[in-house]
Design a protein around this ligand. Structure first.
Ligand code: ZN
Ligand code: ZN
Length: 277
């Protein structure tokens, strides 16, 4: 199968390990035709590539995107935004605020881990990462691994699982506001990786209520992947809403490579249609 679309990608502008420039080079090498950088609370990677537009604009379409960490009925919900207008100052200003707030949550998480007797401190994070990005649990886990700090499975669960006893939730961006925020910017909101929410009743409630798109084609791990994709395809058709897809590439953090997820051509046709209708 020859894939040429990947609409869910993270760079070092959030918690990915590859720079936007590196992702661009890979995309050109792999002959991808449509990609979207969907960094957490950031469009900085896209803006970087915009400066070297002549390198890619003839071979590749790069859709400016974003992924927002939101919550709805107590659950963590990820919301993608496509065709973001990156010269919208108030939007960019708000993203910056959200990045700062997410970093703050990580700061307190690191403090908690430190207090539990593990030799991790904020300086170690600052030494390693540009703290203008939204520092998330991905950055913390990476620092833990690279410093060979010994955390038990239970520790990992407690600090990083949303049900963990020491997990600090990020509650600053309710889903409804985030959807509005993207729509006001002119972007297209899409519910990210719905199977990871683990509650299809909630998924249907969200798309029925807000009429947002849904990420159907996703690189789920495990043997349920196919079943889930079929399931969300059916749901999307039933509600007649936009479908999207991508790998959620994070560089070397996970096993997925850029362009690894099959996304059919009509996904991109429909996305462009919705944007320019
Ligand atoms: Zn996500
Ligand atoms: Zn993502």
């Amino acid at each position: 199968m020859n894939n040429f679309i990947d609409l869910h990608i993270h760079s070092t502008a959030s918690d990915g390990t590859k720079s936007a420039q590196n992702i661009l080079n890979q995309a050109l090498e792999k002959k991808l035709k449509y990609i979207s950088l969907t960094d957490h609370e950031s469009t900085e990677g896209y803006k970087e590539l915009l400066l070297i537009k002549e390198k890619w604009q003839e071979d590749l379409m790069i859709i400016p995107g974003v992924e927002l960490h939101t919550y709805y009925q107590g659950k963590e919900i990820h919301l993608l935004g496509y065709f973001i207008n990156t010269i919208d100052d108030s939007f960019e200003h708000e993203l910056k605020k959200l990045r700062k707030a997410r970093t703050e949550v990580s700061y307190y998480t690191v403090e908690k881990i430190n207090k539990s007797g593990i030799n991790l401190n904020w300086q170690m994070i600052e030494n390693k990462f540009n703290t203008d990005v939204a520092i998330t649990k991905g950055h913390i886990i990476k620092t833990i691994r690279e410093n060979d700090l010994q955390l038990t499975q239970e520790d990992f669960y407690n600090f990083f699982n949303t049900k963990g006893t020491d997990y600090i939730p990020f509650r600053l961006n309710p889903l409804e506001n985030a959807i509005e925020f993207i729509r006001e910017n002119g972007g297209i909101p899409v519910l990210a990786h719905p199977a990871l929410i683990g509650d299809d009743y909630l998924v249907e409630q969200i798309i029925a209520k807000y009429r947002i798109g849904i990420e159907v084609f996703y690189h789920y791990f495990g043997d349920k992947a196919k079943e889930w994709i079929e399931n969300y395809k059916t749901i999307a058709k039933r509600y007649n809403i936009l479908m999207t897809g991508g790998s959620d590439y994070h560089g070397s953090i996970t096993q997925v490579e850029l362009g690894d997820t099959f996304v059919p051509q009509d996904i991109i046709d429909n996305l462009i249609k919705v944007k320019y209708k």
